[in-house]
Design a protein around this ligand. Sequence first.
Ligand code: ATP
Ligand code: MG
Length: 405
Amino acid sequence: MKTKKNVIEEVLRKSSVFKEEDKLSIDYIPPYLPHREEDLKKLSQYFRRIIEKPGSISQRVMITGGVGTGKTAISKLFGKLMEDAAIKRNINLHYLHINCRKAKTNSMILKYIIRKFNPRIPERGFSKEELLFMFEEIIKTRDAYLIIALDELDFLLKKSGSDIIYDLTRLGDEKLNCPQRLSLIVIVRDTAFRSGVDLSTLSTLQHNIINLEKYTTYQLKEILRYRIKEAFYENTASEEAVNLIADISAEWGDARYAIELLWRAGKYVDMEQQFIIHPEHVRKAKADTHPSVRREILRDISLHHNLLLLAISRQLRISQAAYATMGETKEKYNIICEEYGEKPKKHTQIWEYIQDLENYTIISTKISGSGVRGKTTLIGLPDVPTSVLEQEIIEFLEEKKYDYE
Ligand SMILES: Nc1ncnc2c1ncn2[C@@H]1O[C@H](COP(=O)(O)OP(=O)(O)OP(=O)(O)O)[C@@H](O)[C@H]1O
Ligand SMILES: [Mg+2]
């Protein structure tokens, strides 16, 4: 009698298949990364001297690989393990992870680093030299050692070249007798090498390179199983559903897409008040997501970037055209601003946003040839179906309810 009652109680209590949904969030870094153990070991080998003999070397390593191959995850996990190892040995070592998509300029990066140690530094415009000097003073007086990871460096390289690497590495090089306090991990997509970005200053990094290969179907399956154990109750994901997710995402070898499909499939199960993820939930999840729409990008860009992107996708969906003109885009953007009760931005600002969105590779632009009433900028969405993007932004804005800073 007793067991039966417990089973029923359990089912009733379990109104969700998620045990810990947070474990599938973008910010969560799992403590174990299946199929990246070897790479993690390699990374540790490169940096072991920093723990064994702090100050003796300044290490520089580059991590490359495709989208969702675990570059960010492995670097953050490594940083945490290094900090733990340092604490045990009384070494004042810090790992700082900087996303260059957010810290867009050299000064922003330097300020970010300094703020970690001294949150009170004022906003006012310091010159780069002043910031470098402050930075040097701070780590010297605190007797600190740093591993700085510059993630998504491709974004910065496109905008302002690679002099941040030069500046940071020069700090150590100029004073050869001083302890070496700063080491670098530079993370770039493998596509950066093909997109004409000037990588010459990165050439010094190319001796120590860790290239993360795309995940295979088999690897994705194991990653999924591991993440399921963390995030879901037992026996809530059918083997077939896991296989299907792995098959779909293996085309890109992208673990992020696999995890996103898993999360969405779980949401469908909850919505339908069922208890097990089946392939049909995966198919539904696939229909409303696309690997090149990254929710974290929607989160990182401002409200008006989102509204503008919404305008572009709506315009393209309605017109069925390959490109939208600047004029059409602005018109739709103004209407959307009204819908959302926002004051539209001026032309120059919109123009800047368009360039930002292109930098994020969400949109592409080109100049029209003659024919379309003089020359105008044409805006396209190369990768994503408009309806998927539109829906995604609407959902996202609904969730956010404008809690932008
Ligand atoms: N081996 C793995 N085991 C478990 N989870 C993983 C593994 N590799 C990646 N992930 C997860 O997949 C998602 C994408 O990984 P990550 O953000 O590190 O990719 P990335 O290579 O940095 O991609 P991008 O180039 O888009 O920045 C994250 O949620 C991460 O935790
Ligand atoms: Mg990343």
